[in-house]
Ligand binder design. Sequence first.
Ligand code: PEP
Ligand code: MN
Length: 441
Amino acid sequence: MKRQPDFAAHGRAVDRVLAGRLSAALARPAAQQPGWPDAERAAEVIELLHDAEPIVAPEETARLRARLASVARGEAFLLQGGDCAETFAGNTEPHLRANLGVLARMGEVLAEAAGLPVVKIARMAGQFAKPRSRTVDALGLPVYRGDIVNSPECTVAARTPDPHRMLLAYAHAAGAMDLVRKLCAEGLEEPLAAQVVLAGARRASSPGGRPFPDFGRPPRPAEIYVSHEMLLLDYERAVLRTDSSGPEPRLSSGLAHFLWIGERTRQLDGAHIAFAELLSNPIGLKLGPSCTPEEVVEYVRRLDPHRTPGRLTLVSRMGHAQVRELLPPIVEKVAASGHEVIWQCDPMHGNTRTSGNGYKTRHFGHVVAELAGFFAVHRQLGTHPGGIHVEVTGDDVTECLGGAAGIAEADLPDRYLTACDPRLNADQSVELAFAIAKMLR
Ligand code: PEP
Ligand code: MN
C-alpha cells in the first residue's frame, strides 16, 4: 500500500478543510496507478514534490478560465493537441517548437474558417503518464506507463516503476514550460512543408471564396496553454495551492493550466473524479462509447456545481462509426441540465486499430469522419461544437494512414516514432485543419 502523506501538516499552502477533502479524495480507489516497489522512496519523492514551485502561474490559469468561458458561450473555438505521450528524450527545443508551430498553424486555419478566436492548449510540459489496457505486455513484462513511471525498453529493470522518475518529469515539465513561454513570446514560424501545403490549399480554395490569411508575415507572439492527463495521482497531488477566487475555495494545480481525466479513470466513485472536483483549474473529461447520458449528467453535476461556463470540457471519443448515434442523447441531456460545458471532439482514440503489419495506427479518413459526425450532431441540436482534441506533431512522422501524401501501411515503419499512440504528422495536421474549416463554414 502507498503511504498517504499528511496534507494537514502543510497548512501554509492548503487550507485545512481542503486538505481533509483532498485526503478523502485520494483515499478512494484509483485506477491505472503503478505499484511502486519501494513505498518509502515513493513517499519521499511525494514529499519533495509537495514543496516544488508551480510550473504555471495562477494568473495564466485564470486567463484560460476566461477564454474557455467564451468557448462555452459559442464565442470562440478550442484547439487542443500534441503528442500522445511526451518523453524525456523528446523534450527538446526542436520538438517543442515543431509541435507548437503545428498548433499555431492549425489555429490560424480554424480561426479564419470559424470567424472566431481560437484558444490553443498544447498536450505539453507534463504529458508523461499513460493509461494502459493491460498491466503486462506480450512478453509478460509490466507495461510501459509513460516516462514518469518507467522506461519502454523490454527488461524487467526498465519496466519496474521508479518513483524518482516523478522528479525528472517535474524538471522536464518546468523546463518545457519555460521554453513554451519563450517560443510563444518570440512567435512561431512555419516550416517550409506547411507553407507549401497552405499555398496549395490557398490556390485550390481561394477563387470565389474567402481570402486565406497571409502566412508570409513575420511571426507574432502566440498564446498557448499547457495540459496533460491527470492520471498519476502521486504526481498530481503535488504543487497545490488554495485558490479562494471562485464561488468556493478550491485547489489550484501548478502543474498545468488544464487537466483532463481519461476514459479509463472516470469512475464516478473513484479518486480521479473526486480529486478533479477539488481543483480550480479547468477540467476535461473523456467520454467513450460506453458512457451513458445519465452518467454524463452526474459528471456535470459533480464537476461543475456552480454552473461556470467552460469549467468543464466534455471530450467525446466515440469512433467514426458510432458518434452520430451515441453523441446526440448525451448532448441533449446535458443541454437540458443548463450547464454550459464545452463540447470537444477527440477524433483519435475511438479510431485506433492495428495495421496488417502490426502497427497501432489510425486512418486520416476515420478522423475526418468522426469530426464530420460531431459537427453534424451539434448542427442538428443547435449546440456549439466547441473544439477538437487531437494527437499531432510538427515532426515528419509516419504513424497515421492516409491524408494527401497517401501514407500506406508499408510506409508506417519509415518514421514511426511515437512512444504510445499514432499522431498526425505536420502535413496531415494542417490538412485536417482545412477539412474542419470546410465543416465550419
Ligand atoms: C489519450 O488522450 O492519450 C488517451 C489515453 O485518451 P483516452 O483516455 O480517451 O483513451
Ligand atoms: Mn493517446
